[in-house]
Design a protein around this ligand. Structure first.
Ligand code: SF4
Length: 66
C-alpha cells in the first residue's frame, strides 16, 4: 500500500517502558485490544510494531484539511 506506515497510522501510539521512550522506530498498535497475557494477573500486551511497517488496517491520521 503506497505511503502506508505505522508511524502515520491513527492506531500507532508511543511505546514507553518504565516511563521512558522505547526505540524511536517502534510503537504500539492499538487497533485491537491487548493480547497475550503472560500470566493471568498480568496486564495484556499491545503489539509492538515498527514505525515503517504497515498492515491491512492502516488508517491515516486525520489531517487538518479533512
Ligand atoms: S499494524 Fe496496522 S493498524 Fe497497527 S499501527 Fe500499523 S498500520 Fe496501523
Amino acid at each position: 500500500m503506497a505511503n502506508a506506515k505505522c508511524e502515520s497510522c491513527r492506531f500507532f501510539d508511543e511505546h514507553k517502558v518504565n516511563g521512558a521512550m522505547a526505540a524511536a522506530d517502534e510503537g504500539l498498535c492499538r487497533f485491537n485490544p491487548p493480547v497475550s497475557q503472560p500470566e493471568p494477573k498480568s496486564p495484556g500486551l499491545w503489539p509492538v510494531v515498527g514505525a515503517a511497517d504497515w498492515c491491512g488496517h492502516y488508517t491515516p491520521e486525520m489531517s487538518a484539511a479533512e
